[in-house]
Design a protein around this ligand. Structure first.
Ligand SMILES: C[S@@+](CC[C@H](N)C(=O)[O-])C[C@H]1O[C@@H](n2cnc3c(N)ncnc32)[C@H](O)[C@@H]1O
Length: 195
């Protein structure tokens, strides 16, 4: 685990540079704090961009096992016991940014996290999906988190990596849109459904 003095680079895993601009354009304009759920946080880069896009006026539930995705698990950094140690870097970044009162880590597998948040009565204004990238698990995430998006005009359900390199994401988003009867939209590599 990292000490507070370590310099940790949050800009990893290909977080799109245009994410903050996208959020400024597409986040719902509502009175008071936005409730955001991020599914797949890694070291915090995308969460930080969403926080910045709404001028820190939000609560962000960061859902991640911090154990890496299917495709990264073998190469993930580990502590001396062999246990993946991404969470330490993430929390160091949160503290350095001064976001401890904004960010709520939910250290559960995504579909269980959705159930946990639902049981707590949490409904989000914005949900960002960027955890699994294979078809089956992406579709599970979409199905698990859609019910806890506020169904009010302007709510945003969106995610990263809608392009040919991640055909599992593309297929899952298309299939999910078909199931809920709403066609997805795309801006760059960002897919989204707007209520
Ligand atoms: C692509 S990274 C997220 C990158 C981050 N959104 C960013 O742009 O900086 C994917 C993250 O999802 C997490 N993850 C993958 N599958 C998961 C699952 N089923 N449940 C919880 N977390 C998961 C991994 O641990 C990893 O940190």
């Amino acid at each position: 685990m990292s000490s507070d003095d370590d310099v940790v680079e949050p800009e990893v895993m290909g977080t799109p540079t245009y994410l903050e601009e996208f959020c400024k354009d597409y986040f719902p304009k509502r009175e008071g704090q936005l409730t955001i759920i991020e599914v797949g946080t890694w070291k915090g880069a995308s969460a930080f961009k969403m926080i910045s896009a709404c001028n820190n006026n939000c609560k962000v539930y960061c859902v991640d096992t911090w154990l890496g995705s299917l495709e990264h698990y073998d190469s993930i950094q580990r502590d001396s016991n062999g246990y993946p140690n991404i969470f330490g870097d993430f929390w160091t970044n949160v503290k350095r940014a001064g976001y401890e009162d904004i960010v709520v880590p939910v250290t559960l597998p995504s579909t269980i996290a959705a159930e946990y948040l639902q049981n707590k009565g949490i409904q989000a204004d914005v949900i960002y999906i960027d955890a699994a990238h294979d078809y089956k698990n992406t579709l599970s995430d979409l199905e698990a988190f859609w019910p806890i998006l506020k169904k009010e005009s302007g709510s945003l359900f969106f995610g990263d990596d809608f392009h040919d390199d991640w055909f599992g994401v593309v297929g899952a988003v298309q299939e999910f849109g078909f199931k809920i009867g709403v066609r997805h939209s795309v801006n760059g590599k960002t897919w989204f459904f707007k209520v």
